[in-house]
Design a protein around this ligand. Structure first.
Ligand SMILES: [Fe+2]
Length: 293
């Protein structure tokens, strides 16, 4: 883990969380959070894409299926002071929702969005304990905007299974913490996923998903299909029953996380897996920046 190597997952691009109230979500993401609606794609009255630096949150309108991540989205903003001012100025728009400020101290703010999604917003990434030594050498992202980490809560005694899953299927470097209750997965040069055990009852999985880019798309397909993990989500057009279909769709979807040692399906979290040769990879995303309020 002390090398400069990047594992098989090269980027975390978007998180998909459905809303049942597009106006409320727009007020939250654009007014309160200060993020930017993608002006080029999904610009109509249905799905909206929320640009967060080089990442996005996809917010489809789905009256029957509001989605809440079982964990925390970590977002870096250019100015935490500007972020605080927006909170102060616009939080009344969130009255009557699940919106709440949990903590507000130093360089970070923790809050719940109007549907209960949990966000940790920070300005200075240098205050964050690195997942491992690889994460100490990322000065280029300090002070910039973006989703750099998503934490998921998981059942007790499963952290090691997450490590085996990501190492086997994605060839991503992972670390299981000394206490054995947390698995961290390296994503590209400066992002990571973490899976943290909890004794609390987890909410049922509601279909939220994340999109990642991998360097070894066909190898990934082969390893996933060996365990029957390539999955057709009926919500979407893309197919991946065969490698030809996956190449044509330029993505693979999976739903179940499986322990490669014994084939046990131990967690649900949809992954949208794309090759670097996908047209959206590192697409320039419009972002409002600076201290606007
Ligand atoms: Fe997606």
């Amino acid at each position: 883990m002390d090398s400069l190597d990047v594992g098989g997952i090269v980027a975390l691009e978007h998180l998909n969380i459905n809303t049942n109230d597009k106006e409320l979500s727009a007020d939250f993401f654009f007014m309160v959070m200060g993020l930017t609606r993608d002006p080029y794609d999904r610009v109509g009255s249905g799905t909206m894409w929320v640009n967060c630096g080089r990442q996005q949150i996809h917010v489809p309108l789905s009256p029957e299926n509001v989605q809440v991540v079982r964990g925390t989205v970590y977002l870096a903003v250019p100015s935490i002071e500007a972020f605080r001012e927006r909170l102060f100025k616009y939080q009344e728009m969130m009255n009557g929702t699940r919106f709440a400020i949990i903590s507000d101290k130093d360089a970070s703010v923790e809050l719940y969005g109007p549907h209960g999604n949990h966000f940790h917003v920070t300005q200075n990434l240098s205050t964050i304990s690195p997942a491992h030594s690889r994460l100490e050498i990322v000065p280029f992202c300090f002070g910039s905007l973006g989703i750099y980490h998503i934490k998921f809560l998981i059942p007790p005694r499963t952290a090691a299974k997450f490590s085996r899953f990501y190492e086997h299927f994605f060839q991503a470097p992972t670390v299981v913490t000394e206490c054995g209750k947390e698995c961290k997965v390296l994503v590209g040069a400066y992002q990571w996923l973490s899976f943290v055990e909890t004794e609390d009852q987890l909410q049922e999985y509601d279909g939220h998903h994340l999109a990642i880019y991998v360097s070894d798309f066909s190898g990934c397909f082969q390893r996933l299909s060996k365990f029957g993990l390539n999955w057709k989500n009926p919500r979407f057009q893309d197919k991946c029953a065969t490698l030809e279909q996956a190449v044509q769709s330029r993505q693979i979807r999976t739903l179940h996380l499986v322990d490669p040692e014994d084939g046990e399906r131990f967690y649900e979290l949809e992954h949208e897996i794309r090759p670097i040769a996908h047209p959206s990879y590192r697409r320039a995303l419009a972002n409002r920046t600076g201290d606007f309020i």
